[in-house]
Structures are given as structure tokens and as C-alpha cells.
Design a protein around this ligand. Structure first.
Ligand code: ATP
Ligand code: MG
Length: 530
């Protein structure tokens, strides 16, 4: 079959192939491929009536549900883009991204309505608010009784509208904000071509088809949420959308026949600890994809041992690339002859080029040397929405994306992502890669999780601080920990101070919030931690 060029062709293809087969499931709501196509057409008609046409924008905010994917498909066929917003943002942050997205219609999950209303109240020209149902999906029509327009009421009088036939694969169809790990989130404009090429590349490194069943675990506002959902649509595989990705819900979905899912490393310990029945159920998974932040090796080794039948696949990617740039194949996870590769993010995906450059001179570095990772990929964003200056800083004239990550590439093309450039610690003129220290710390038997940051120091400029989560919260003896590190790391890399916390601050997708850790150290009461 011909490759689809435009996102909204996915339900059309599914409906042509297997109209009555399941496409999307969420709670009690089930949509066949033909349902999905007709609901997208209907919503497109409603959007047209609401003035959304080619070049227009809508936004979606809320927990994962069917309305988000329906909206993306409906808007795409109208030539409009859907901004998928992080529902965990505080009202002022939400107001900022709603205004930044330029959306004229905002679909908000009933569960987050209070924050959304507060945000909208601060805007001069707020978008039209439509309330989507919670739990059973969009069809339940449940909405607040206070006169807010509901999704069901919007669709009810609508006439179906087919997709426009003058659309360009390079049009923006999804706007995703970066996770805001290193600064404030930026809106990346993703295109039909970028999303579909990226999905096709992923399907070239794993097997997924109509006989499989995928679980959408990550929030749709994250690249690993919505882009992975697009991949399953392209594969023709039905998707179970989880409202909330608890370990129990994930294990239950697998017990129910799911074969594929994509999670973030922070979710794996919860699954490993979920109890024998849940673990046995999870072990029937065919593929477990993971990525979005570094995977602690001890956790990965435990998972590989506990789940001998699962094919683990690591992805390294980012919002700006519509998904993954490199993949560590399942075979590489279990190859004893190349065990060191387990610490790598694998090799560039089909169609993707990777190079490491000297961040100062931009000269390409030979294999083995550490520098900034640059990626050239068909999944690359068009640019940051309304921010040509940031785009020009990030994308080179010849199409390379500067990832802001430190990495090295070995002789066989395996990419080892070491850390973020911005997190590099410079102590007494020496560079310390926090991730390298973290990898050593988590090998200590008493350490469950570790984060390493640079803190200001009069003598050294910066000094290395470790913040740990320990087994049962018992502090580790600092002298003993220092000795442990000293056996494995150069002296200047060893932490000079250690704090113990109950939990590390993390964002919605489990990334450690190092800015929050640094801010905590800067507060006057911080001395008490360690
Ligand atoms: P911001 O750009 O706003 O600071 P962010 O970079 O965290 O936030 P994302 O696009 O969600 O936003 O994340 C991409 C980043 O996540 C990558 O640049 C990299 O640092 C990290 N990352 C992704 N996959 C992996 C992986 N497999 N291993 C290590 N790090 C990863
Ligand atoms: Mg980033």
C-alpha cells in the first residue's frame, strides 16, 4: 500500500482495510476504524463552523483520552494544527501556552476545568472553550451544568466534512511544547511529513501490525505520547488509551492482550515492584519501548532478568524531532559480547544522521570523542512557533538540529548520550558530567536514585553535590560513599556534599528537575540537608 502523506489519511486507510476492527479504546469507549473516521469528519465539520480552517489552530488540554486524537485528526484534515498542552501546568503557565499557541478553540477535559478557567480569565482574547468528557471518552457527553459548551453539544448539530484536498505534507499539524527541562517550554511545529516519516522509521526497527495491540501510556502532550500513538495508527494496530498510567493499569492492559507500549524509565521500578501477578502479566508484552531520559542500568538489568520474553527497545529522541533519533535494538539488550552497549542509546534510526561536534568550533569530532550531538532527521520540526530566533539557534542552515546533549559515537555508530550541555559541571577548571557520577552512585547498594548537580563554590567555581533517594530513606555514610566513588571516579568528580531526599523532583514524564534541585540548594535553609 502507498505510504500516507497526510496524518488524517490514517483513519481513512484503517477504515478501508478493516472498518469494523477496533482502532481506539479508552475506559468504556471503543471506536472502530470507521467510527474514528466518521467522528473525525464530524468534528472537522464542527470546527469549520467554528471558523477553524487551513492555517488555523486549536488546543487540547487534559488527561489522555480519545478527544485529543480525534481533534488532531479532524484539525489536520482541515489544514489546522492542534497544540497539545500539559494539563499539569499552573494557571499562569497554562495561560501563557494557550496564548502562545494562538488557538481559537480550546478542548479542555472536565477534570482540569478549574485551572483552565482561571487561565482563560487572565487572557484578553481567550479561545472558545469546549469541555470534553472524562473517563469514558468523548462520547459520554458529561459536562458541567454551568453552561459551558460540551464536546457532545458541539458535535451534535455538525455535518461531516471531508479533508481538504489542497494540503501540503509540510504543513504544521501538531504543536508540542518541549518539556521545559532546561528553560521555559518552546512550542515545536511538527508536520505531517515529519510525524509520518518518524513513525515509518520506528516501524522499520520493530514489528507492529493490525494483530498487535498498543497501549498509550505517556501523556499526549509529550512527544512520546502523541507521536507513538500516531505510529500505532500507521501500523493499523489498535490502541488502548490509559487515562492514568499507574503500574497496575499498565499491567492490566497487558493482561488484557496488549503487546506494545512505550514508557519512561521512571515508570519501570513501579512495574518491577507491582507484585507477582502483575509482573507475570506484564511479562507477556512483546515489546517494551522506553526513552525520554537516561535509563539507570541497575533497573534495566533487573527488568531484562525478570522479563526474559520482552523485547526491550530504547529510544533517544526529542520533541523537535517528532520522536526518536536513535534506537537500541532488542538484540543489543541481550548480547553478552557487547554488554557495554547497554549504556548507549543505540544507532541512528533509518534515514537519520548523527554527528558529534565541538560545541565551540562546530567542527565534527572523530569517533569516541565527546561533544554536542547534532541530528539530521526527516522528523525535524518546522521551527519553534513564533520564535525564529530560537529556531535559528537550534537548526543549522544545512538542516542539522543541535540537540544540546553531550554524546560520543563509537566506531560502530552507537551513540552514548552522556548528559545535557547545560548540566555540565565545571569544578576547578575540570568538566564533570553529572550523569557519569549518577551512574556510579546508583551502583551503590543503598542508593535507589541519584541526581548530581553543580553548586556554587568560592574556591572551585562549582562543586559536585549528590542528592540521593536511599533504601528506606536511611542516609548513606558520607565517608563510605566517598570511598565507593573514589574507587570508580577521579577525585574531582566525586561528590563533595550529599543530601538525602524522600523523592527527587520530577516533571510530568519523569525527568529529574535539576533546576528545582539547584534552587533548593540556593535557599538559606538548605544547609540542613547535608
Ligand atoms: P527542554 O528542551 O524544554 O529543556 P526537554 O529537552 O527535556 O526540555 P524533550 O524534548 O521532552 O524536552 O526531551 C528531549 C531530551 O530528553 C533530549 O534532548 C535528551 O536530553 C533527553 N532524552 C531523550 N531520550 C533519552 C534517552 N534515551 N537517554 C537519555 N536522555 C534522553
Ligand atoms: Mg530539549
Amino acid at each position: 500500500a502507498q505510504r500516507p502523506r497526510l496524518l488524517h489519511e490514517l483513519p481513512d486507510r484503517g477504515a478501508a482495510r478493516a472498518p469494523d476492527a477496533e482502532a481506539l479504546v479508552c475506559g468504556g469507549a471503543r471506536l472502530t476504524w470507521s467510527d474514528l473516521r466518521s467522528r473525525a469528519d464530524l468534528l472537522r465539520g464542527a470546527l469549520r463552523t467554528a471558523g477553524v480552517d487551513r492555517g488555523g489552530r486549536v488546543a487540547v488540554v487534559g488527561r489522555n483520552g480519545l478527544a485529543c486524537l480525534e481533534t488532531v485528526l479532524a484539525a489536520a484534515g482541515a489544514g489546522a494544527a492542534t497544540a497539545i498542552l500539559n494539563w499539569r501546568l499552573a494557571p499562569p503557565e497554562l495561560a501563557h501556552v494557550i496564548a502562545d499557541s494562538g488557538a481559537t478553540v480550546l478542548f479542555a477535559d472536565a477534570a482540569v476545568l478549574d485551572a483552565v478557567r482561571t487561565a482563560l480569565g487572565t487572557l484578553d482574547a481567550p479561545p472558545r472553550l469546549v469541555v470534553t468528557g472524562d473517563g469514558a471518552g468523548p462520547a459520554d457527553g458529561a459536562g458541567p451544568a454551568d453552561g459551558a459548551e460540551t464536546y457532545a453539544a458541539l458535535l451534535d448539530p455538525a455535518e461531516p466534512l471531508a479533508a481538504r484536498d489542497d494540503l501540503d505534507p509540510d504543513d504544521t499539524c501538531v504543536i508540542l511544547y518541549t518539556s521545559g527541562t532546561t528553560g521555559s517550554p518552546k512550542g515545536a511545529e511538527l508536520t505531517h511529513r515529519g510525524l509520518l516519516e518518524q513513525s515509518a522509521a520506528l516501524l522499520a526497527v520493530l514489528s507492529m501490525g493490525p494483530a498487535d495491540r498498543s497501549v498509550a501510556v505517556l501523556p499526549f502532550f509529550h512527544v512520546g505520547g502523541v507521536c507513538y500513538a500516531v505510529t500505532a495508527l500507521l501500523a493499523g494496530a489498535p490502541t488502548v488509551v490509559l487515562r492514568e498510567a499507574t503500574p497496575e493499569a499498565m499491567c492490566a492492559a497487558v493482561a488484557d492482550g496488549a503487546t506494545h507500549l512505550l514508557l519512561v524509565p521512571a515508570m519501570l521500578p513501579g512495574i518491577l515492584a507491582a507484585g507477582p501477578d502483575a509482573v507475570a502479566a506484564f511479562g507477556r508484552l512483546r515489546y517494551c519501548l522506553y526513552g525520554a531520559s537516561p535509563m539507570p542500568l541497575p533497573v534495566l538489568r533487573r527488568a531484562l532478568a525478570l522479563f526474559p520474553g520482552i523485547r526491550f527497545l530504547q529510544l533517544y529522541g526529542m520533541t523537535e524531532l517528532s520522536g526518536a533519533a536513535t534506537a537500541l535494538a532488542p538484540e543489543a539488550h541481550r548480547d553478552p559480547a557487547h554488554a557495554h552497549r547497554l549504556a548507549s542509546a543505540g544507532r541512528p534510526m533509518p534515514g537519520v544522521e548523527a554527528r558529534v561536534v565541538d560545541p565551540a568550533t562546530r567542527a565534527e569530532l572523530p569517533p569516541g570523542r565527546r561533544g554536542e550531538l547534532w541530528i539530521r532527521s526527516p522528523g525535524r520540526m518546522k521551527g519553534y512557533l513564533g520564535n525564529p530566533a530560537a529556531t535559528a539557534e537550534t537548526v543549522t542552515d544545512d538542516g542539522w538540529l543541535r540537540t544540546g546533549d553531550l554524546a560520543r559515537i563509537d566506531e560502530d555508530g552507537y551513540v552514548f548520550v552522556e548528559d545535557r550541555l547545560k548540566d555540565l559541571i565545571i569544578t576547578g577548571g575540570e568538566n564533570v558530567c553529572p550523569a557519569e557520577v549518577e551512574r556510579v552512585l546508583v551502583e551503590h547498594p543503598a542508593v535507589v536514585e541519584a541526581a548530581v548537580i553543580g553548586v556554587p563554590d568560592e574556591k572551585w567555581g562549582e562543586t559536585v553535590r549528590a542528592v540521593l533517594v536511599t533504601a528506606d530513606g536511611v542516609p548513606v555514610d558520607p565517608a563510605e560513599l566517598r570511598a565507593f566513588c573514589r574507587e570508580r571516579l577521579a577525585g574531582f568528580k566525586c561528590p563533595t556534599s550529599v543530601g538525602t531526599v524522600a523523592a527527587l523532583p520530577r516533571n510530568a514524564t519523569g525527568k529529574i528537575d535539576k533546576n528545582a534541585l539547584r534552587a533548593a540548594v540556593a535557599r538559606p535553609d538548605a544547609a540542613s540537608v547535608g
